[in-house]
Design a protein around this ligand. Structure first.
Ligand SMILES: [Zn+2]
Length: 151
């Protein structure tokens, strides 16, 4: 059995910054495309379709940006409060071609430990399924049991 300890997707402030740049570029690109579409086609319904698709694309990118920024925030909090430990690989198997399921036993400073399931496509976690890795570096916050695998 695995306990429901919150996993944090480790995200650096740098990648959160890049997400903002990509998001802004996407919004600008879509805006320009919509304006171009309205001017060039001269048909209102085609423009409407372009505008709706554009708005959808911006929304999707916006959502991704927000989640990356949120992950970066949680990562910073975890890095500040947490400690680095080596989690034992209890079980590891391929879920499909890219995703691996790795059950990790995370030790806590008080001597106890808890199991979590980590679904991941990173090559270092894939190594665990080939039994090339018997432990994975993890950051854990003993108070909240929030954790993140260090890749
Ligand atoms: Zn992983």
């Amino acid at each position: 059995m695995t306990e429901s300890a919150p996993e944090v997707a480790r995200t650096s402030r740098r990648s959160a910054g890049w997400a903002k740049v990509i998001g802004a570029a996407t919004a600008l690109g879509v805006g320009a495309t919509v304006v171009y579409g309205v001017v060039e086609t001269g048909s209102w319904w085609l423009s409407a379709i372009v505008a709706v698709c554009g708005a959808l694309a911006v929304l999707i990118v916006w959502g991704m940006m927000a989640s990356v920024a949120h992950d970066a925030e949680k990562t910073a909090a975890l890095e500040a409060a947490g400690t680095r430990v080596r989690a034992t690989v209890v079980r590891a198997e391929r879920a499909d071609d890219v995703v691996h399921e790795v059950v990790l036993r995370i030790p806590l400073p008080d001597g106890s430990a808890f199991d979590v399931e980590h679904r991941c496509s990173h090559y270092s976690c894939a190594a665990a399924t080939r039994e090339a890795a018997t432990a994975r570096p993890v950051i854990v916050d003993p108070a909240t049991r929030a954790w993140a695998v260090v890749h």
